[in-house]
Ligand binder design. Structure first.
Ligand SMILES: Cc1cc2nc3c(=O)[nH]c(=O)nc-3n(C[C@H](O)[C@H](O)[C@H](O)COP(=O)(O)OP(=O)(O)OC[C@H]3O[C@@H](n4cnc5c(N)ncnc54)[C@H](O)[C@@H]3O)c2cc1C
Length: 381
């Protein structure tokens, strides 16, 4: 399938990334799933080859290319396995906050090492008591001389164990009205006193992805680690959550394409009652329905990516893509598993892992219900 925003240069880049992943990731992926972790060495190798944050400015070590290259990276990582999602989060979610809202000093200090893979980043918004209702977070950051004293707990944090630099949403003014005006973003470094990691969480899927709890107990964060301005954290998040949701939509669409292709191959090769199961009308109709959903999803998504690259306001359409494409991918996962019969329930078959992994796509980056509240609000309801 051709994407309207991709040129020959993107395809050359895709080929070299694919070759790299076939050598450095595909043969080890199942082992990483069992070990419940992607090794740091993969981050460094990705960095060495220019596959981390390619859209970042050259002065910070990036290649200064358009975001279409980042789309290619996310699609190819998803083709290997959804457990690599932490790299997309680093490249296209956390690093862009620093790039957009960070001071020159902050950018010089951290961005070059984000590009080489020496620094792994994370973003900590969600807390045990609140996820969807972000303005209601309870982690506090109180200014005391040259430091913020941070107290609170975060959970479900992608790259939580491995991260070296964490963007933490906290309340610098817990009494602000409205509540969201009290939210600020602080960059917390690995060895900051009072910062520790909690449990590495045991998930239904995304086994190789590192997801953890983070704990802040009188954690002393230098005041120069504030990102942008105090009280503007919520606005920054509402801005950057758009690209985060787009990433989830891209991954879901890619996963749907992979699952459908694998299943078409399977039904052609599996026989029942003396003929390939692809010959049954039920199989053909289901494949036709799924192929239609996938094709229509791709058309909507490609148009949306082009508008995002063009800098247009995509809030409503991103919310539409996020709920619809993840919902469709979940349905496709179920249908595709069914066509594999008993083998679909066996871990040796990729569809089993994809069925588990896709479930979270309707939950994280804002649940699909929250996406619908945004769409409804923007419809004037
Ligand atoms: C694998 C994984 C990785 C994650 N990575 C990160 C990360 O890196 N950083 C981070 O900060 N967070 C991360 N999260 C957290 C994720 O973003 C939250 O789980 C998500 O936003 C939902 O919040 P919650 O779990 O508190 O659910 P809740 O907010 O408690 O929601 C529970 C249910 O209520 C529904 N609901 C809530 N409010 C409304 C409403 N107004 N209208 C209708 N329905 C509503 C929800 O849709 C949901 O179905 C991750 C989660 C997972 C599972």
């Amino acid at each position: 399938m051709k994407h309207p925003y991709l040129t020959e240069d993107h395809e050359i880049f895709r080929k070299s990334l694919k070759r790299f992943l076939e050598k450095e990731a595909v043969p080890f992926y199942e082992q990483w799933e069992e070990e419940r972790m992607i090794p740091r060495s993969l981050w460094r190798k990705m960095g060495e080859q220019g596959f981390l944050c390619p859209d970042l400015d050259e002065q910070y070590g990036g290649s200064g290319v358009d975001w279409g290259f980042s789309v290619v990276v996310n699609e190819e990582l998803e083709r290997v396995g959804s457990g690599l999602v932490g790299m997309g989060l680093h490249n296209d979610i956390v690093v862009p906050y620093i790039n957009s809202f960070g001071s020159k000093e902050q950018k010089q200090r951290w961005l070059p090492r984000c590009v080489t893979g020496e620094l792994i980043t994370a973003i900590a918004m969600t807390e045990p008591g609140t996820g969807s209702d972000l303005a209601n977070i309870k982690t506090t950051a109180k200014l005391d001389g040259d430091h913020y004293i941070v107290n609170g707990q975060k959970t479900f944090i992608t790259n939580g164990i491995q991260s070296d630099l964490i963007l933490v949403a906290c309340k610098t003014n817990p009494n602000a009205v409205p509540k969201h005006k009290g939210v600020s973003l602080l960059l917390v470094e690995r060895d900051t006193p009072g910062f520790s990691r909690g449990r590495k969480l045991n998930k239904v899927g995304l086994h190789s992805q590192d997801t953890a709890e983070l704990i802040f107990e009188d954690c002393k964060v230098p005041k120069e680690n504030l990102l942008g301005e105090e009280g503007k954290g919520f606005l920054y998040m509402m801005d950057k959550l758009q690209q985060e949701r787009l990433l989830v939509a891209i991954a879901a669409q890619t996963a749907a394409e992979v699952m459908l292709k694998g299943t078409i191959d399977y039904v052609k090769s599996r026989e029942a009652f003396g003929k390939p199961i692809s010959q049954f009308q039920n199989t053909q109709f289901k494949m036709a329905e799924m192929a239609t959903e996938v094709e229509m999803g791709r058309a909507f998504l490609d148009q949306l990516i082009a508008e995002h690259i063009d800098g247009q306001n995509v809030v409503t359409k991103v919310s539409m893509a996020k709920w619809r494409l993840t919902d469709t991918a979940k349905k496709i996962a179920g249908e595709c598993l069914q066509f594999h019969g008993g083998y679909g329930y066996m871990e040796e078959y990729e569809i089993a892992r994809r069925f588990r992994d896709i479930q979270v796509s309707s939950i994280y980056a804002g649940t699909n219900e929250i996406m619908k509240t945004i769409i409804a609000k923007n419809l004037g309801l």
